[in-house]
Ligand binder design. Sequence first.
Ligand code: NAD
Ligand code: IPM
Ligand code: MN
Length: 359
Amino acid sequence: MRNHSIALLPGDGIGVDVIQEGKKVLEVASQLDGGFTISFESFDWGCEYYSKHGKMMPDDGLDQLKQFDSIYLGAVGFPGVPDHVSLWGLLLPIRRHFQQYINIRPVKLLRGIPSPLANRTQTDLDFIVIRENNEGEYSNIGGRMYEGTSQDMAIQASVFTRQGVEKVLRYAYQVAQKSGKRKRITAATKSNGITYTMPFWDEYIQKINAEFPDIETSIIHIDALCSFFVTKPDSFDVVVASNLFGDILTDLGAGIIGGMGIAPSANINPEKKFPSMFEPVHGSAPDIAGKGIANPIASIWCASMMLEHLGELDAAHAIMEAMQDVLEERKFVTPDLGGIASTEEVGNAICKRLYESMR
Ligand code: NAD
Ligand code: IPM
Ligand code: MN
């Protein structure tokens, strides 16, 4: 029997609640499928760990994670620890060390969720954002000068490499080629205002596009693209973007499919040399943490993406169906979607539905 080893990193705030529900769903799916087992190991790394140890994870944390098939993460960051300390102490090192340079973020309206955009249905809202996940605007290069004087200033470099840009673009074109949909790439840019990195990015788009002549390509400024996410979401198939542009676009993407509680994300190391990591797009939501009302849908969707990545296609599909059946029934939905159910009640309802459908 196949076994998949999963490192659980619930992290901070609502990360803990939503990962608990996702884990339950994964357990039920593996038991019912019968073809595979999952072994979990949980790690208590995050902001609480930081307050005790002065670091977000142990010094050999990345070594400990390396042996797992996948990493399933909740959220990192909480008031009390500066965000750049918590995120650069745990989440971002994992993405980089394990060369998870592809970040897949589906923008797809689920069955049972009314679209926040008027008169839009599931067929209008169904595309994928592929975000460059290892370089670009997220760099540690820069500095602060003349602090405490009237000349106080900060500089932050963006670093785009040929290898990094080509890899994410080629991956995006391959996804578009397999999409069976419109076979269209939309690339985010800002070459009107950003004079070195964005023309560089555009140049490589043209180059990689030449390798895929059957794919239609549009290069659109990030500001206009934000507007088109709202006004013509049906025009997209695969959207490819730099690290920061992809980050911002995918919170907008979450907004148009029902909110932050829905959107999933997969940090992929395509070579499978290292574990990939699955985590919701959202953060630790300090405003609702501890209330038991966080929406677990994004995390449960991530659990399905993780099983798909591990080759368990039937179980992955069954989770998506059970989740959408529960959403459609509207009996167990969390307050962000207009319901009154708790995180746990939604998780339980999905487990029950999964049990009924797979038994
Ligand atoms: P956030 O995503 O945590 O919250 C934004 C808003 O969305 C809040 O109103 C929150 O209540 C709501 N929300 C988020 N997830 C929800 C869910 N599952 N159900 C219902 N409502 C939900 O973003 P933020 O407030 O900017 O960040 C809070 C902390 O999380 C910060 O420390 C930030 O750096 C961190 N963060 C971490 C990750 C990550 O670990 N991947 C992602 C984003 C933000
Ligand atoms: C995300 C988050 C992270 C990012 C932050 C917390 C560093 O916003 O995963 O979308 O910007 O990548
Ligand atoms: Mn983000």
